[in-house]
Design a protein around this ligand. Structure first.
Ligand SMILES: Nc1ncnc2c1ncn2[C@@H]1O[C@H](COP(=O)(O)OP(=O)(O)O)[C@@H](O)[C@H]1O
Ligand SMILES: O=P(O)(O)OC[C@H]1O[C@](O)(COP(=O)(O)O)[C@@H](O)[C@@H]1O
Ligand SMILES: [Mg+2]
Length: 733
């Protein structure tokens, strides 16, 4: 409960320190009239409240909020000679005004399975602070000895002031807060500790890469090998070949700084990778038999689930082994972390495909360039590549359903755009429009060995649909379909990803040496150790009610394919995902208009395409459709720029970072299902009630009961910000 957290409304200097007493002292000094030109703007609590509140105070200070409807319970000082254009308020927060309810609810939003809940390590603090902590060797081996960190004698690192992180440092999941926001969920800060749980000569480490490729895998491998050797003098490092199954089916590959020296210049992974092959017992048997005590696992959501299973088995056997997960995904859809390594590189490479599409399109009469980019469930690559390029006229992603025919549909927009500009570029994420394709070509869902849904080729399908439409309208046009597929991920990482990979590897090494088991990642710009369950129970998705998507719509000028009702519905889904209380108007609105959304979405069914499954599996092809000059009418599609309130949302992630889908899989499926099965059923207390035996929910409810009396402490009268706290038992969320 050290006085951290200084939320500033604007970038102005405020005389504060991290120390509460110093801060109070400084403010008192400043507040004595004439002592400083700032004094006119210092506001302190009334004298009589001061003693008690100093005791209880958090030391949070914000620039004065002149619009705040806060009752005048402050003593305003006499103006001094000079006024500065800013002011400060020392806000003393009583413990009671910060029940842990919201924070606990956020933590429990990833509804844990019972066995995971048993492993959850939540540490509560004052003012709604929750540490969602990671596993440590001493959780089950309490008597382990510690050793001084060899970095303190390292010629490079020993010169760094405060090189070791404070054992109590934590990183907040949300950094945008308001005066009365609880401090929320935090993760343990990554970095070197003063004491470690392994002696360098005793460490035997192994590295494995699993799942699909991603730029930067080799850089992470290189930096793990070099970091272990250069920072901690650990030289017994092995590579596991071809993914999880390599633990028990291949020879281990000795790795040295020399053998990995150049690998970051190559794409892919020198260790090989695979999907499937996770056999917990066989893997841990091999770890045990070979005396491995640090396991570095690089891979996606499935891989991190596997890492967690491995950790649990290690713990069950009482082995002194640390498990460090380094999250990998080209789609950037792993929860909690700001960004996955290799994502920037992929977006950069995607520019080349978009450029080619633009050249082709702009060199033809009524030319259309269509580019398909990776993004199975999340459209981040398509969205960022579109925003970066500025040549794209339309971006389609899985999160934003679209339709082809009718007013506001894709065809209408294409006709208008060609008429206006004679060419256009469309970017489509591979997971977009799958529901539309499925309506025309019913096919049973198939999964790959990682559990990923196999997709139909939306690019090829769209190419045929556009071609057919133009033919029916007698429009001459040329369409070129470009599918760069693996070209955006089978490449070496760029400079910034290289640095990111290095930091991830180093953070992973420091954490393993300190005895933790975790997934490492950057959270709001700081590296943190995240519990495995937090990164695997939800998936990042583009939030279409947020400013980033609005920016995209505004930059492409494309239709949003959303009615106001859709937007309300999306917000409702988000509210559910964040377990926030119902804004009365929103749910009414959603129910009233839900039927119209359905009719929009199904508008395409009449014009069902005649493509076959085998056609969709054909290689990409350029298709030219000559036709007589058109009399096509320009559409009147209107652009809906979503009125996002993310800047007002104290619970939202920072602007421009991927939005996190905080729904559980069950909730996500449930929400998506109810979206399709209109009219929507109201949420019942039963359905949303916490499952019995879930410790986290029990704690949340306990906190809720306690917080019930303090509910008034949450004042949300600014009209657009943090909603009031949910009712005590969460029946409406
Ligand atoms: N629930 C699970 N438990 C353990 N391992 C899993 C689980 N799901 C997937 N895996 C393993 O994760 C690995 C790859 O999945 P993932 O990391 O998601 O890669 P990708 O999504 O690129 O295919 C595979 O080895 C797979 O067997
Ligand atoms: O053909 P593969 O190897 O299955 O990989 C393709 C798929 O992997 C993905 O890149 C996702 O993998 P990630 O686990 O890296 O996010 C998808 O975008 C793509 O459809
Ligand atoms: Mg995966």
């Amino acid at each position: 409960s050290s006085p951290v957290g200084l939320p500033f409304r604007r970038e102005e200097t405020v005389f504060l320190t991290r120390d509460r007493d110093q801060t109070t002292h400084r403010l008192r000094q400043l507040s004595s009239a004439g002592s400083s030109p700032m004094a006119s703007h210092i506001i302190l609590p009334k004298e009589e409240e001061e003693e008690e509140e100093v005791e209880e105070g958090l030391g949070v200070a914000v620039e004065a909020d002149h619009d705040s409807p806060e009752p005048p319970r402050y003593r305003h000082l006499q103006p001094a000679q000079k006024a500065l254009p800013f002011s400060a308020t020392c806000v003393r927060i009583s413990r009671d005004s910060y029940p842990n309810l919201r924070a606990l609810r956020n933590a429990s939003a990833t509804t844990l399975r019972d066995d995971d809940a048993a492993f959850a390590k939540l540490d509560e603090g004052d003012y709604g602070y929750v540490l969602d902590d990671v596993q440590h060797l001493t959780d089950y081996l309490p008597e382990l000895p510690t050793f001084p960190n060899p970095l303190q004698d390292h010629p490079a690192y020993s010169t760094v002031k405060q090189y070791f992180v404070n054992a109590d440092d934590t990183v907040p999941e949300k950094v945008v807060v308001q005066k009365n926001s609880p401090r929320g969920v935090h993760f343990r800060r990554a970095g070197p500790r003063q004491r470690v749980y392994f002696e360098p000569e005793d460490v035997k480490a192994c590295i494995v890469t699993c799942g699909g490729l991603c730029p930067g895998l080799n850089t992470v491998i290189r930096e793990l090998v070099c970091g272990l050797s250069h920072m901690y003098n650990v030289n017994d490092v092995f590579g596991i070949q071809n993914g999880y199954k390599g633990f028990y089916s291949s020879n281990y590959l000795p790795m040295t700084p020399k053998s990995v020296n150049d690998i970051h210049k190559r794409g892919g992974t020198v260790l090989g990778s695979s999907r499937g092959g996770h056999d917990t017992h066989k893997i841990v048997d091999n770890i045990q038999d070979r005396g491995i005590n640090q396991v570095y696992i690089i891979g996606g959501d499935g891989t991190q689930k596997g890492a967690y299973e491995i950790f649990k088995e290690i713990r069950r056997r009482g082995l002194k082994v640390a498990v460090a997960g380094i999250p990998k995904t080209i789609d950037n859809d792993i929860a909690v972390i700001d960004k996955s390594f290799g994502f920037d590189t992929a977006v950069e490479e995607a520019q080349r495909a978009i450029d080619a599409a633009h050249v082709e399109a702009s060199s033809a009469e009524n030319g259309i360039g269509l580019v398909k980019l990776m993004g199975r469930y999340s459209g981040f690559i398509a969205m960022y590549a579109t925003l970066a390029s500025r040549d794209v006229d339309c971006c389609l992603i899985p999160e934003s359903p679209f339709y082809l025919e009718g007013e506001g549909g894709l065809f209408e927009y294409i006709e208008r755009r060609l008429k206006e500009n004679n060419h256009m570029v469309i970017v489509v994420a591979e997971g977009a429009g799958q529901d539309l394709i499925a309506k025309s070509i019913p096919v049973a869902d198939q999964l790959d060995a990682s559990g990923n849904k196999l997709l139909l080729d939306v690019g090829l399908w769209l190419t045929h649909k556009i071609k057919d439409h133009c033919k029916s309208k007698k429009m001459e046009m040329t369409i070129k379909y470009i599918d760069p597929t693996y070209m955006i991920r089978a490449i070496p990482s760029n400079a910034s990803d290289n640095v990111y990979c290095t930091l991830l590897a180093h953070s992973a090494i420091h954490g393993a040496m300190a005895g933790y088991s975790f997934t490492v990642g950057m959270v709001n710009g700081r590296h943190a150790y995240i519990p495995f369950h937090r990164v695997t129970s939800t998936r990042n998705k583009v939030k279409i009610t947020d400013r980033m998507w609005a920016r995209l719509l505004s930059s492409t000028n494309q239709p949003s394919f959303l009615s106001k009702e859709d937007i309300m519905e999306a917000r409702e889904a988000e509210r559910l995902a964040n377990r926030l209380p119902v804004p009365a108007s929103s749910s009414e609105h959603t129910k009233k208009h839900s039927a119209s959304v359905l009719s929009n979405a199904s508008g395409d069914v009449q014009g069902a395409p005649t493509l076959t499954l085998s056609q969709l599996q054909q290689p990409a092809a350029a298709i030219t459709v000559p036709a007589p000059p058109s009399s096509a009418t320009a559409g009147t599609a209107s652009v809906t720029v979503i009125d996002s309130d993310d800047d007002c949302d104290a619970t939202g992630p920072p602007e421009g970072t991927p939005e996190r889908e905080t729904r559980t899989w069950q909730e996500a499926e449930e929400t998506d299902r109810t979206r399709d099965e209109r009219p929507k059923q109201p949420e019942t207390p039963e359905r949303m009630a916490p499952p019995p035996g879930n410790a986290l929910h029990a704690r949340a409810d306990e906190a809720a009961a306690q917080a019930a009396q303090d509910v008034d402490a949450f004042k949300h009268d600014d009209g657009c910000t943090t909603p009031p706290p949910p009712p005590a038992h969460g029946s409406d969320d």
